[in-house]
Design a protein around this ligand. Structure first.
Ligand code: ARG
Length: 605
């Protein structure tokens, strides 16, 4: 039983004993005692004043005396400030709480049971025409952290990804490769497959733009306005026409096109896998648009038959969402081909066939807010139980400060380059430290990987997901700020203390009896205990930043304690054991919390 539960029960018994009235546990309000007063937990007595037929002060006095008398193992002392009964929790109760936390390897986590709801979380969802970029990094970090947080709150979780592997974008890369690739492969180029394909996508755009410029000029000399000429050039440039022809062939199942498409997608997936591995993200089930878009088409035609949608004269199929306060939405083009929305309907269908989904969360940038508003309504109309309440976990843009790490083409920051740079920077920043503790080169590299990735992940995840943000690499590696490395360093410091204790022959650390403990130490135990509430709240708010914040607070609290008290230098054995258990529990909870964010903790740094 927690300290809160013990006190609550004692208050319920006290009200009954003193005033003869039955109250429920829910009627007992417990708060953390305000800093300016003595005590740890405060009972609000106003709800009982009527039953007591006394002033709030008198009621609080009576209840305080009752608790001190009848719940002496928890309540050591009390004082009354107006209608607030401040309770000093006994050292024995704090020690018991710390022992509970120390004994629970997964403190704060709730395990799923057979009856737990199944939550499917989609994240990443790249297109196969280019490598992952900084925006995907934020997406993947948020999505995987969210999955761990939802799981830690007792849900079954399925992590999923929808790869947009078909469409005009990939045809552009394929066409460029055919035209200018000279048979080059990732092996012969010595390049990751996703980067190679990305290069051809860029090449396509470059040539296409040149064609457009030339045609625009020509159309203008033929008398069109500049806008008209530009529009016409975009449609009629030979390259885009060729790409469209290729897409038609792909849809018809043309073996040559399909075979090239398969080969090039495989190159891309091999590249993505490396990126995901470095990032530390994974999926339980990956869906591909090429498998889902026809399903979507079928679903739309089904809806058309049921009268949910309507067909226009040109043959296109639409949903009228005016009754829902939105406009009309295209679902199938006049030539029968699918649009982005169609694919999402098909993907939903397959997912629902594969899993008994109770809740669906889509981690997708806020530029698609409208898309998901519409998708929710369409899925609901089509009879998906979870459609109406689907969660679009919508996040803001992330950018680097100007001039920092512009990628080859100067517009987007490549995910692989960024991670490599972070690890390099971490290596340079921790060189002095790792030399001092005599790590081998290999060990130092491994520390740099954890620290560099930890810096990146923490900096991105500590920000409210909805906000746009700037990722500042230098700031993120600062060992003294609100950063991943600051927390990692504190963890490594505790690990080092525990190693030293072991070397000194203190291995099985246990608290014997009840040592005298200070308010600072109590504050640290209280903070540790707060992890459970932090995990819960993060699960309710879908908020990785809540966990990041908690880890930072706990780290600061520990550092204050460590600044004022010595651990191994303490001569009283009972006190030393207590502080070792306390430090060990802090390290464990930090590892659990940072683990939820996908951040690994180095044992030495
Ligand atoms: N691949 C899409 C894009 O890059 C994102 C897909 C998001 N997920 C979804 N179910 N629509 O814009």
């Amino acid at each position: 039983m927690t300290i809160e539960q013990q006190i609550t029960n004692a208050v319920v018994a006290g009200v009954k004993a003193l005033y003869g009235t039955d109250v429920t546990a829910e009627q007992v309000q417990l708060q953390k005692t305000k800093k300016e007063f003595e005590g740890h937990l405060t009972v609000v007595v106003f709800p009982f004043v009527k039953m007591a037929r006394k002033s709030p002060e008198a009621c609080a006095q009576e209840l305080g005396a009752y608790l001190q008398e009848n719940a002496a193992d928890v309540v050591a002392a009390y004082n009354v400030v107006k209608g607030f009964l401040n309770l000093v929790v006994s050292p024995a109760a704090w020690i018991a709480l710390l022992n509970d936390i120390a004994a629970d390897e997964r403190f704060g986590f709730t395990a799923a049971t057979d009856n737990s709801p199944l939550v499917m979380i989609e994240y990443s969802s790249p297109n196969t025409n280019k490598p992952l970029h900084l925006g995907h990094v934020r997406n993947n970090l948020l999505g995987s952290a969210l999955a761990r947080i939802v799981e830690a709150n007792g849900n079954k979780v399925v992590k999923t990804n929808i790869v947009n592997d078909r469409g005009i974008h990939i045809c552009k890369s394929m066409l460029a490769w055919l035209k200018w690739g000279n048979g080059i492969t990732p092996e012969t180029a010595g390049k990751k497959g996703d980067h190679l394909i990305g290069d051809f996508y860029v090449a396509f755009d470059k040539h296409y733009k040149a064609e457009c410029d030339e045609l625009t000029h020509q159309f203008m000399t033929e008398g069109l306005s500049i806008e008209e000429a530009k529009e016409k050039a975009k449609q009629e440039a030979p390259l885009i026409k060729e790409a469209h022809e290729m897409l038609v062939k792909w849809e018809q199942g043309d073996e040559e096109v399909r075979s090239l498409w398969r080969t090039m997608n495989e190159w891309v997936y091999a590249g993505f896998d490396e990126t995901y591995k470095q990032m530390g993200v994974s999926f339980d089930k990956i869906y591909y648009e090429s498998d889902t878009y026809l399903e979507g088409k079928e679903k739309v035609l089904e809806g058309l038959e049921k009268g949910l949608f309507y067909r226009r004269e040109d043959g296109s199929v639409w949903a009228n969402l005016e009754a829902d306060g939105l406009d009309e939405k295209l679902l199938l083009r006049s030539d029968g081909t699918s649009v982005y929305m169609t694919q999402d309907i098909g993907t939903a269908k397959l997912r629902y066939e594969d899993y008994p989904i109770d809740k669906m969360i889509y981690v997708v940038g806020n530029e698609q807010n409208y898309h998901f508003q519409v998708l929710s309504i369409l899925l609901d109309k089509l009879g998906f139980a979870w459609g109406k309440d689907l969660v679009h976990f919508s996040y803001g843009m992330v950018e680097l400060p100007n001039g920092k790490m512009k990628s080859r083409e100067g517009t987007v920051v490549d995910a692989d380059d960024l991670m490599a740079q972070m690890i390099e920077d971490a290596y340079a920043a921790s060189k002095e430290m790792t030399k001092k503790i005599q790590l081998t080169e290999e060990e130092a590299r491994e520390v740099a990987r954890k620290v560099g990735m930890g810096a990146l992940k923490y900096f991105i995840l500590k920000v409210d997901a909805r906000k746009n943000m700037l990722f500042n690499p230098e700031e993120s590696i600062d060992f003294n700020g609100n950063t991943g490395p600051f927390i990692q360093y504190t963890y490594a410091r505790i690990a080092s203390i525990l190693r030293k204790a072991k070397d000194a022959g203190i291995s099985d650390i246990k608290i014997t009896g009840v040592p005298a403990i200070s308010e600072k130490e109590i504050a640290l135990i209280q903070k540790l205990y707060g992890f459970r509430a932090a995990v819960r709240q993060a699960g309710i708010d879908y908020s990785p930043s809540g966990i990041a914040n908690y880890c930072y607070e706990l780290t600061k609290e520990f550092n204050q304690f460590y600044h004022d008290f010595s651990i191994l230098g303490e001569t009283d054995e009972q006190t030393r054991s207590f502080r070792l258990v306390l430090a060990q529990a802090v390290a464990k909870v930090l590892a659990l919390g940072m683990g939820l964010l996908g951040i690994e903790m180095p044992e030495r740094m």
